[in-house]
Every structure is written in structure tokens, then in C-alpha cells.
Design a protein around this ligand. Structure first.
Ligand code: SF4
Length: 375
């Protein structure tokens, strides 16, 4: 790990009008976090200790849009296979995707892989130790850069994720949507001013950022915040005015594009299932699936499925065995699942694998359900 950096100050242009309450708020948050922090696989003890930046980077990318409980199930396995940034950089993408299985949003896995390669290639294996430099790595935005810099290098810099944004908007009593640029500017500035006002102890940047993130995750939750157990309740404007439920303001309902998938379970003589790899770009790029026909306007008919996949015709050769809906951030997907007899010559690109082997592949959540019965 690089040498210990000197403490830095938050840039003046990022500062909000510092509230007179900020020193007390920062102290309360840190005291509360020391007393109540959850045990998580990526959270080292004692709290505030400089953490391995590679472990922080992996956990932060896994935690984006994925629940901590789900990450906790997979974090150790990923680190066992790729214990160092060099191991990850040297790995095949297919294996990285396979180890990411179940976490969703596979683009993050590719970006993490790219970041590891950039650290090994452009930085000679040394992690950048400043948020400004970290933010140049693939997949490392302002929040992740702040998290790694503060948790691993104790840089006095904020890290504002969706949890912190919600806490600060409520603290300030501002009914803004998270996607409103004014909300982003306000929350980064106020988080910066909290760092300015916080105790000067070496571990403060790490503790304060984690305290804010933890508060949003377990107390100041999106619905039904537990204000009675909140360490900064006396300073919270949303609580004083009863506006917690209106903050953050809701975005307009997202209009999701519809997609229709007809996936077919095809077995060979040994009971192994056919899988194919999705294209390298687009939704679930490069992941594996049961042979599938995809449309944007409507579900394919059985005749179309037969024709597109080269399946045998005739009564009883293609039968529907189920269906379900699945939503991604931007798409509403309908899956119909069929079973079919094996075609005489399996189409190019198909592989017949046991369920055990399929479980080791990179699979989207709906395909895990179709091929492995995981829900
Ligand atoms: S008092 Fe309630 S709304 Fe305000 S920060 Fe605490 S939990 Fe959130």
C-alpha cells in the first residue's frame, strides 16, 4: 500500500454554507457509527483502520444497485478467486462474469475488470491514493473515488451515494429529486462541510463517510425512516416539519421499454441443457442463456420459435412450461419458457452442459431461474 497521505482539505468551491451545527452533527454520526456499525465482510475492524483499496473497490462496485445481503453472499468467493488487483487484471472476462453471477448489472463487472487492468497497466500496480486520480479509472465515479480515497487513504473527501443524498436532503429539508442537479450539488457541498467541521482525528474521513452511508442504509431508509433512533434527529428539518415521506421528491415514473423472450430448454441424450452466449453488446452482453428468441413488439409464436432455432416440427415437439415477468432498470421483460426436442444437428453456438457447469457461467437472473430453477 502506498505511504500515508497528508490530510487534504475539501476544495473551497465545493463547500456549502457551513452550518453551525455541523461539528455536533459530525461527532454524533461518528459516535453512533462506532456503537452500531454492522459486521459486513468488507468492513474491517477496528473501524477507521486504513482498508485495502482493492477490497474497497470490489465491494463498492458490487454494492451499486445490489443489496448488501446479496453482496455478502458473493464477496468472499470473488476475493478468494481474485485475491489481488493483479489476479483480477490477469483473469479472463468470462471468469470474472461467472464470479459476478447473481449480482446483476454485469457492466459493473466489466468496468471493475477494466479498472484492475488500468491499475496494473497505467499505474504499475499501485492504487491511486487521491479521489481525483481514482475518478479516472473505468467504473469509478465521484462517489466510488471518494469512498476508496477516504476508507483506504484517509483523504478528507466526501462520498455521496443514494443513501447519503437522502440523509442530507432530509437534514436540509429540501424536497428535491435525486436526479435534480441542485440536489447533487447541495449534498456534495454539505457533505464537504461536514468533513470540514469534523474532528481532526486521522480516521475521521473514513468514519464520517461510512456513518452517513450506514445511516441511510439502516435508519434513514427510503420508506418509514426510524427517526426515533437517529443520532442527528434534533438537527433534521424534514423531521421537524414532518416532511420525511416527501423527501427525496419522486422522479416521474420511468417508462420501461418492453422486451419479449421465448427461451427453450433443449436436452441432449445425457440430460444436459443447451446454452448459447449472448452478443457482446446490449442487454446482458456476453452472458449465457437457454436458446432464446427475442422481440421488441410481441412474444414470438411457437412456429416462429421453431423456425428461428431450427427445432423439429410436429405435435408435442415444443411445449410451454412456464412464464414470468422480469424488470430491469430500463426494461420490462416477459419470458415464456418452452421445452423442445433436440434438433438433428445442434445450431452453431450451442453447448450442452450439466446444471453444475451452467451454474459456473455468467447468467442473468432470469436465465438462472430458467436454467437452474433459482428464483
Ligand atoms: S431524523 Fe429521520 S429523516 Fe431526519 S435524518 Fe434522521 S432518520 Fe432521516
Amino acid at each position: 500500500m502506498p505511504g500515508s497521505p497528508a490530510p487534504t482539505r475539501t476544495p473551497a468551491h465545493d463547500r456549502a454554507g457551513v452550518s453551525g451545527a455541523d461539528p455536533a452533527i459530525a461527532r454524533s454520526l461518528i459516535r453512533w457509527f462506532r456503537a452500531t456499525a454492522r459486521d459486513l465482510p468488507w468492513r474491517d475492524r477496528p473501524l477507521g483502520t486504513r482498508r485495502d483499496p482493492y477490497r474497497v473497490l470490489v465491494s463498492e462496485l458490487m454494492l451499486q444497485q445490489t443489496q448488501a445481503s446479496r453482496v455478502a453472499e458473493r464477496f468472499d468467493r470473488f476475493l478468494e478467486r481474485f485475491p489481488t488487483v493483479g489476479d483480477l487484471a490477469a483473469a479472463d472476462e468470462a471468469e470474472v462474469l461467472a464470479l459476478w453471477s447473481g449480482l446483476g448489472y454485469y457492466r459493473r463487472a466489466r468496468l471493475l475488470h477494466g479498472a484492475a487492468r488500468a491499475i496494473v497497466g497505467a499505474h504499475a500496480g499501485h492504487f491511486p491514493d487521491r479521489a481525483a486520480t481514482l475518478a479516472g479509472l473505468p467504473g469509478v465515479g465521484r462517489y466510488t473515488a471518494g469512498a476508496v480515497a477516504s476508507l483506504s487513504f484517509l483523504e478528507r473527501t466526501p462520498a455521496v451515494d443514494a443513501n447519503v443524498l437522502r440523509v442530507i436532503l432530509r437534514l436540509e429539508g429540501r424536497e428535491l429529486s435525486p436526479s435534480d442537479p441542485r440536489a447533487t450539488a447541495l449534498c456534495w457541498a454539505r457533505a464537504g462541510s461536514l468533513h470540514e467541521a469534523a474532528p481532526r482525528a486521522r480516521e475521521t474521513p473514513s468514519l464520517l463517510n461510512e456513518a452517513l452511508i450506514e445511516l441511510g442504509a439502516v435508519v434513514c431508509t427510503p420508506r418509514s425512516p426510524r427517526c426515533g433512533g437517529c443520532p442527528i434527529a434534533e438537527h433534521c428539518r424534514a423531521r421537524a416539519s414532518g416532511a420525511q415521506g416527501r423527501i427525496p421528491a419522486r422522479k416521474g415514473a420511468a417508462v420501461r421499454a418492453r422486451l419479449y423472450f421465448a427461451s427453450v430448454l433443449v436436452r441432449d441424450g445425457r440430460g444436459r441443457l443447451a446454452v448459447e452466449r449472448r452478443p457482446d453488446t446490449g442487454l446482458w452482453a456476453g452472458l449465457y442463456q437457454a436458446p432464446t428468441v427475442e422481440r421488441v413488439d410481441r412474444m414470438s409464436t411457437p412456429a416462429e420459435v421453431r423456425r428461428r432455432l431450427g427445432l423439429p416440427g410436429g405435435r408435442g415437439t415444443l411445449s410451454r412450461v412456464g412464464g414470468f415477468d422480469f424488470q430491469t432498470t430500463h426494461r420490462a421483460c416477459r419470458f415464456e419458457v418452452f421445452e423442445a426436442s433436440r434438433p438433428a444437428g445442434a445450431p452453431g453456438g450451442w453447448r450442452f452442459l450439466s446444471k453444475g457447469a451452467i451454474a459456473e457461467l455468467g447468467l442473468s437472473s432470469p436465465q438462472r431461474r430458467i436454467l437452474l430453477g433459482d428464483s
